[in-house]
Design a protein around this ligand. Structure first.
Ligand SMILES: [Zn+2]
Ligand SMILES: [Zn+2]
Ligand SMILES: [Zn+2]
Ligand SMILES: [Zn+2]
Length: 143
């Protein structure tokens, strides 16, 4: 009968925690997917581009939130409208970055983006870059 005690113990461990960083204070639920997340939008400094707010990161940098805000039907994981809204690299990044509670299971393959000047790989979701038409320039080459 040890199983019964396990169940009651599990309940205590299941107190809400932010699904992204694990903090248990100041939580709210995401509108898009109903997951516990830090209610920390006020920590963000306008125009700082800092990525220190769990709530903001999930709301800005995930397909989950985009899909919800655009009112697409069904699940974001197999949504053709989301797929068509971004170039493949950004689609994959939005679906697999650390701001997701659940990640895209079979992300499509893509060719890495390279700097048109020095040919170095630019990670669109993480690196600073400048874009002119179809051309991308890495931080070194545009600054
Ligand atoms: Zn958090
Ligand atoms: Zn969500
Ligand atoms: Zn969608
Ligand atoms: Zn370059």
């Amino acid at each position: 009968m040890t199983k019964k005690t396990d169940v009651s113990r599990k309940k205590a461990v299941d107190s809400p925690k932010c699904g992204l960083c694990g903090k248990a204070k100041n939580l709210t639920k995401t509108e898009c997917c109903g997951q516990w997340i830090c209610d920390d939008e006020d920590k963000y400094v306008i125009f700082s581009y800092a990525r220190n707010s769990c709530h903001r990161n999930h709301g800005r940098y995930t397909l989950c939130a985009y899909h919800f805000n655009e009112e697409h039907p069904g699940s974001w994981k197999d949504c053709p409208e989301c797929r068509n809204s971004f170039e493949t690299e950004m689609f994959v990044w939005y679906g697999t970055n650390e701001y997701n509670f659940e990640k895209l299971e079979n992300p499509p393959a893509y060719e890495p983006t390279r700097c048109s000047s020095c040919n170095e790989i630019i990670v669109l979701g993480e690196d600073a870059y400048s874009q002119k038409g179809n051309e991308y320039f890495c931080e070194k080459c545009f600054s």
